[in-house]
Design a binder for this molecule. Sequence first.
Ligand SMILES: *Cc1c(COP(=O)(O)O)cnc(C)c1O
Length: 404
Amino acid sequence: MLNIKKIRQDFPILSRTVNGKPLVYFDNAATSQTPQVVIDAIVDYYSRYNANIHRGVHTLSQEATDAYENARNTLKTHFNAKHSHEIIFTSGTTHGINLVANGFSSLLKAEDEIIVSALEHHSNIVPWQMLCERTGAVLKVIPMTQAGELDMQAYSALLNNKTKLVFVNHVSNALGTVNPIEDIIKQAHQVGAAVLIDGAQATPHIKPNLQALNVDFYVVSAHKLCGPTGVGILYGKEEWLNKLPPYQGGGEMIAEVTFKKTTYAGLPHKFEAGTPNICGGIAFATAIDYMNSIGFDTISAYENELLAYGTAELLKIDGLKIYGASDCKTAVISFNIDGIHPYDIGSILDKLGVAVRTGHHCAQPIMDFYKIPGTVRASFSFYNTKEEIDVLVAAVKKAKLMLG
Ligand SMILES: *Cc1c(COP(=O)(O)O)cnc(C)c1O
């Protein structure tokens, strides 16, 4: 069981007010809040051992290097990678996807096929369209169903020996659908295609076992799971990371530089040009430790309770429609009320202290599919409560009265 009172005390922001009302933070799918231990890790770094890493002989630099490499190890263990050099620090999911998409420029030729899904965040669409423009490769799309799930028969039919790469999110940020990535990965491998999974929305709720999944690339943003913004990881199988050329050139990523020729450093440094977000990487590992101290099974069981309760309560409101009806969902409720623009609902909720997201959630193709401009999205975390959901439901009713 989760001690919700104690957990809420770990998050200083949860005790603030917004517009004179207690904050109800339901925008967790956009970014999560930060527990005190993570804030402390950031303060501790800048107060005690701020230094550049991997090059200094002095004590501070060695301490910072050790902490940063320990953080990499924590992440390797959490995600069950085989080697810690398969964990590349990035600035987040978007950076990780661009790194891989850029690398594949040299591996694809015209007419090769790459497969995306209809359920993606723009950051898992646009870099691949740019890759197609550079290489002449063709982008295919796995269609979605009314329930907000992937059409897996259509997926099987898209795969063939021209397919080189498949990239799908583990969980849709707009609808919360958990995609059947085990099956997606298996089928892609049968035709010799590599798979990248966008784990940005799954990792706050699920602890993926990367070796068991046998996935080739997996990308994560720290700020969605209690860490700071501007840091994340790209996991890549060693053999794939060795095949890809470096993304950016600069310091840290080289073995030797002359004006004739530069040779690159080995993994993971080949992909980590320049001074990284050292403090961010360390704080990311602190966030992972914090979440593991609660336990991902406990977290997801509790969040499922919130999802079931919130869904039932919201559906009691006349004219309210929820998008995404999969049985396999994380705690995201995307909804609209007949005849009312989502933005107007969101603005009234804010006046009442309730933070939700409105709009297309960086997933415009999903909105186009449902022929709507956007939705109101309430996304829950393990520090939210049923009482907060009651506040949301009352606020939505009030918004409906005012706008309807
Ligand atoms: C948030 C999110 C991203 C983008 O993450 P950044 O941290 O902005 O790079 C990509 N995909 C999904 C599914 C997301 O939820």
